[in-house]
Design a protein. Structure first.
Length: 336
């Protein structure tokens, strides 16, 4: 029953939107533009995942060329951009290949580019390839007009996952390989001229029982809104995130909402919410504690806001909506 192409993770879909959101005259837009070859690569801004090429890695290819909206993940001042590079072998059921061995031609390039007044400026970039020892290295020395420091390099566990927390009919152990390591490359970049997003003033998440309870309540409120299948109630819950997206893309909040995949799914005759089992989820903390979300312990792209819909063959397909929350004025709200 499992088909990776049928698993819809809202956050990755939304962050990958590339149409109608490029900068227009006198408007600022900041995007991460990337190119990936023969590898798994995840692009992050201030610890928040923008996009990865997981589906291509699962297919054994490891390619991807696109861009993602990074503006609403940045604040005025110093920020971090990162890429995490892993071998495609982790995603393939082939015992003849060592999981950590890279294709010699593997590479990942990402540039943070500002578009304003009809001009583009590269703010920072990372360019990772494989050296003669078979290890990733940053071959990017400098960007014209910008002095760059050496990238910080870490070898880290990609996914702290465990089996048993996702429906068997939809689970693929190679989607988030257990024990997988990636090489994380990080550079800092200073940005100015941005709106003051709500999350920049958020109370950091500490994991206290009080905060955990409030975060669960926020998810439960959103879950109940979804269960009603009423757009007006859902919009009320996610209004701040819609506002941020509309500002960063110079578009209308209603248009942003209408483009979300779950909006069409709400009209599916087989739509039904999956009850939340909190033991199947854990908290992921990002961006100096100012952003937080619950993720499934087996398949992290899924959140407690998950549901089933009917496909064209009268089977069931699982979908999800995975917002990012911040604690603003003592309450957790979706900010992205």
């Amino acid at each position: 029953m499992f088909n990776a192409s049928l698993i819809r993770a809202w956050l990755l879909t939304l962050l990958a939107l590339t149409s109608d959101i490029w900068a227009v005259q006198n408007k600022l837009s900041i995007r991460s533009v990337f190119d990936i070859k023969s590898a798994f690569c995840a692009i992050k801004t201030n610890d928040v995942l923008g996009l990865d090429n997981r589906n291509s890695a699962l297919a054994g290819r490891g390619f991807g060329t696109a861009s993602t909206n990074s503006m609403l993940l940045l604040e005025n001042g110093i920020n971090d951009i990162s890429l995490e590079l892993g071998s495609v072998n982790w995603f393939v059921n082939d015992n003849r290949q060592k999981k950590e061995d890279f294709n010699p031609q593997a590479s990942c390039h990402v540039s943070l580019i500002a578009y304003e007044n009809g001009k583009s400026t590269t703010l920072q970039s990372l360019d990772v390839a494989i050296n003669s020892d078979g290890e990733p290295y940053d071959k990017n020395g400098s960007v014209k007009g910008h002095q760059q420091s050496t990238a910080k390099i870490e070898k880290v566990l990609a996914n702290d996952t465990e089996k048993g927390h996702f429906p068997d009919d939809y689970y693929n152990e190679y989607d988030y390989p257990q024990g997988m390591y990636v090489y994380r490359f990080t550079r800092s970049v200073e940005v100015s001229g941005l709106p003051e997003w709500k999350w920049t003033k958020a109370t950091p998440y500490t994991g206290s029982p009080q905060q955990l309870l409030k975060l669960k309540q926020a998810y439960e409120n959103l879950w109940k809104a979804f269960a009603t299948k009423k757009d007006s109630l859902i919009k009320a819950e996610v209004q701040e995130s819609l506002k941020a997206w509309s500002i960063s893309t110079d578009s209308d909040p209603n248009s942003i909402y209408d483009d979300l995949e779950f909006v069409a799914d709400l009209k599916n005759p087989g739509f039904k919410m999956i009850p939340i089992k909190w033991e199947d989820y854990k908290v992921e903390v990002m961006n100096k504690g100012r952003m937080v979300k619950f993720v499934n312990k087996s398949t992290p792209s899924f959140s407690p806001i998950s549901y089933l819909v009917q496909d064209d063959e009268n089977g069931e397909v699982i979908g999800t909506y995975s917002p990012i929350f911040s604690m603003v004025d003592g309450k957790f709200i979706p900010v992205i």
